[in-house]
Design a protein around this ligand. Structure first.
Ligand SMILES: [Zn+2]
Length: 266
């Protein structure tokens, strides 16, 4: 949790209104199931600036990165990589390729979690996993101050940058369609909180099922976002800034095993 006092205040204001109001209303920023906000600066300017900037310098011993493409480990893990489309909070593609990578131990744990939700009639639906650092900087610079509790500060980096965080939901194995949850993905309101008490009982039940499966495999939910999970070994991996385009796509894993951390950190 980054700013627990802000979160509490937001919940008091927002959850209180929802719980005591007679009508449940989705925030105005949502259209067609996608949360949008107006970037603080033009996205292309932010991209150019972020690509020029350098990630924070880190010291310490890190494990050699070994990013694995999730669908190569388990094709029943579905992808809906919103940042490769306009269906995201900035309404602009961030990635030129719809791909999802995690460090190998996290990826293998995710496969086990997928097996667990299969037994309940669901599959894992991935919205984002490894995220190059420059994209985290773009998110931060685009987001207004009152919503910054939902984005990571590039000065410390995101666990997504270390290949140890994943944003995901569930899809129904029978229909293949994404299920509804108490909020939409990337919604920057208290409905996104992992303990938000609103939504339907079925939505809360599915949110709990996802969390239980992930926690049993070494992931921890981020309290401000029901869809974001960090893998327990995140401290062992450095912040990375390799674009998807540079990760290769031929083998069972990406090319990062042979890349020295110094080159990755640049
Ligand atoms: Zn996330």
């Amino acid at each position: 949790m980054r700013y627990p006092h802000l979160r509490l205040l937001a919940c008091l204001l927002f959850c209180g209104t929802l719980l005591h109001g007679s009508k449940y209303a989705a925030p105005q920023e949502i259209s067609n199931g996608i949360f949008h906000l107006k970037p603080q600066h033009p996205v292309e300017e932010l991209r150019a600036e972020a690509l020029r900037a350098a990630p924070p310098v880190e010291s310490g011993d890190f494990r050699r990165p070994d990013l694995v493409e999730l669908q190569r480990l388990d094709p029943t893990i579905k992808l809906d990589i919103r940042y490769a489309t306009t269906a995201n909070f900035l309404s602009t593609p961030m990635y030129s390729q719809a791909r999802a990578f995690l460090q190998r131990p996290a990826a293998e744990a995710l496969v086990d979690a997928n097996r667990k939700v299969h037994a309940q009639g669901y599959g894992l639906l991935i919205h984002d996993a490894y995220r190059p650092w420059y994209v985290t900087k773009m998110f931060w610079d685009a987001t207004p101050d009152d919503k910054k509790i939902f984005v990571a500060d590039p000065a410390s980096g995101s666990k997504h940058n270390r290949g140890c965080a994943v944003d995901l939901s569930l899809y129904d194995l029978k229909t293949g369609r994404e299920v509804t949850m108490p909020s939409v993905y990337d919604e920057m309101t208290p409905r996104a909180f992992a303990d938000y008490p609103g939504g339907t009982p079925e939505e809360r039940q599915r949110r709990a099922l996802l969390r239980t499966a992930m926690e049993s495999e070494g992931f921890t939910v981020y309290p401000n976002e029901w869809w974001h999970f960090d893998y327990k070994d995140w401290k062992d991996y450095p912040i990375m800034n390799i674009r998807f385009e540079d990760l290769g796509g031929g083998g069972a894993q990406s090319d990062t095993r042979n890349v020295k951390p110094q080159r990755i950190l640049h």
